[in-house]
Ligand binder design. Structure first.
Ligand code: GLN
Length: 487
């Protein structure tokens, strides 16, 4: 009973439904695991244990009385702290929202609760999703479960670290420029950024709305698929959601044997990565070759401009989205007595952390009169050129392969004072956000020092199924599912 926290969600559901153990017993084990480990990881900002236990009892009752239960019956899920869950704090890891309690559920939460998933808590992150390491949190950094002196990746560091450290089997993150995939790579879990428009953003606190999507994180693709299917689909509360249904499934071995993909390898990016990552990625390429997929080296001619374009667009949108945190509409309740208007306003805006302030300033600058054409309009042009390049590539290829991150996890604090160095680490992930394409990070191995890294696959819009097919192949051959960090 004690080791139940090691099981993937799909197995737990069937065991709860078969009566091998109850949802309440399982949730109690999970609570014990979180209490035992989170002092070292810091993945949770808020826990919801009492409510979770109550819900588990209700699910047990439903099972006893033969009532229909959902596909996540009794499964605890952790939610990044920028996705609203009714009645729980939604801090975005910011002092600005430290006492903000969500009055409503994000659409994804309603959909998960309809399937009897249980929200066990809210997860740590970079403030408002701005970061690549989860060090920019008002609640302290998330620590990498494989070595707690190292960063977990970000901005959804809590979502990846909680799953990797066996605190919970599944979580949700959000990915504006790699925030699901980067920590998935650093923590050795699977993270998927869906095609733009697949998952409703209603209830997600916007950072850069034209780039971001909510997406699933889990230790196995067998849990990613039902999670993705549950949260996907058109939503009347988000008019950027698409009516296309891209429902995924795990195909049979026979079907997978006959599917042959054309895979484009972004060889320049692969070669520019850490040497241990290069050799791990080569193993995955060899595996695809062994399974008779067709491989070819490809190049992206606009890649050198991607980071600049991303940071212009992301900060421009951030400066506008974060203007609502003015302590009048949203934000900390500062007593206005004794302040005149401008000092009240600047005092309240000072609650943002330094990285957030930096981005608001940058974003306001690139949008200001006289600079708009020089920066923002150019960035949008680069974005559409990159989109066109991908459109052409997908006439010929099914999948594009590259590492998720060019580097292994690094020490906490090591790069924190050099924002440009950190921004450049996003190069491999931002291309999927600039283009709106679906991308997945799958564990691809460990360095000799024991640090994980991921391989990234990008598919054409609404072709998540192809990402799933390759992920199943990699998972079956790698068996990394049984490799857990020692805590
Ligand atoms: N590291 C990127 C940024 O800081 C991506 C963040 C994200 O995806 N939320 O913008």
């Amino acid at each position: 009973m004690k080791d139940l926290f090691k099981l993937p969600a799909n197995l737990v559901v069937s065991k709860i439904k078969n009566g091998e153990f109850s949802a309440e017993e399982y949730i109690s084990v999970i609570i014990g695991r979180i209490n035992e480990t989170d002092g070292r990881i810091n993945s949770f900002i808020t826990t919801n244990f009492e409510d979770a236990l109550e819900k588990s009892k209700k699910i047990d009752k439903k099972i006893q009385t033969g009532e229909k239960t959902g596909i996540f019956a009794g499964i605890p899920i952790g939610i990044k702290d920028n996705i609203n869950v009714k009645g729980l704090k939604n801090t975005c890891a910011s002092r600005m929202l430290s006492d903000y309690i969500s009055p409503y559920n994000a659409t994804v939460i309603d959909r998960l609760e309809d399937q009897d998933a249980i929200v066990i808590g809210k997860l740590n992150m970079d403030e408002f999703g701005m970061g690549t390491t989860s060090e920019f949190s008002a609640y302290g950094p998330v620590r990498n479960p494989w070595n707690t002196e190292y960063v977990a990746g970000g901005s959804s560091g809590g979502s990846a670290a909680a799953v990797s450290s066996l605190q919970i089997p599944i979580s949700l993150g959000s990915d504006t420029g790699g925030s699901i995939r980067c920590p998935a790579s650093f923590c050795s879990v699977i993270g998927l950024k869906p095609t733009y428009g697949t998952v409703s953003r209603n209830g997600l606190v916007s950072y850069s709305n034209s780039l971001e999507q909510i997406g699933p994180i889990a230790r196995t693709i067998f849990d990613i698929v039902p999670l993705l299917n549950t949260i996907s689909g058109e939503d009347i509360n988000d008019n950027t959601t698409s009516p296309s249904t891209n429902f995924c499934r795990i195909k049979s071995d026979e079907e997978l044997r006959t599917a042959k993909f054309k895979v484009g390898l972004l060889s320049d990016l692969i070669q520019s990565s850490d040497h241990q990552i290069i050799s791990g990625i080569q193993d995955k390429i060899d595996l695809l070759e062994k399974h008779h997929h067709h491989l070819e080296n490809i190049k992206l001619s606009m890649i050198d401009f991607a980071v600049a374009a991303y940071y212009i667009i992301a900060t421009a949108e951030a400066s506008s989205n974060l203007s609502r945190f003015d302590n009048i509409r949203y934000g900390y309740h500062l007593n206005p007595e004794g302040y005149e208007w401008t000092s009240y306003f600047s005092k309240s805006r000072s609650l943002f952390g330094d990285e957030v302030k930096l981005r608001i300033l940058l974003g306001s600058y690139v949008l200001s009169a006289g600079y708009f054409g020089k920066y923002y309009a150019k960035a949008q042009l680069v974005r559409s050129l990159i989109r066109n390049e991908f459109k052409n590539l997908f006439q010929k290829f099914d999948i594009i392969l590259l590492p998720t991150m060019p580097v292994l996890p690094f020490k906490l604090g090591e790069k924190i004072s050099n924002p440009v160095e950190i921004y450049n680490l996003d190069l491999f992930t931002i291309i999927a956000n600039l283009t709106g394409l679906p991308a997945i990070s799958i564990p691809a191995g460990f360095s000799k020092e024991g640090f994980p890294f991921g391989v990234q696959l990008i598919a054409n819009a609404f072709e998540e199924q192809k990402l799933v097919d390759i992920a199943v192949l990699f998972e079956k051959e790698a068996d990394y599912g049984e490799c857990f960090p020692e805590l």
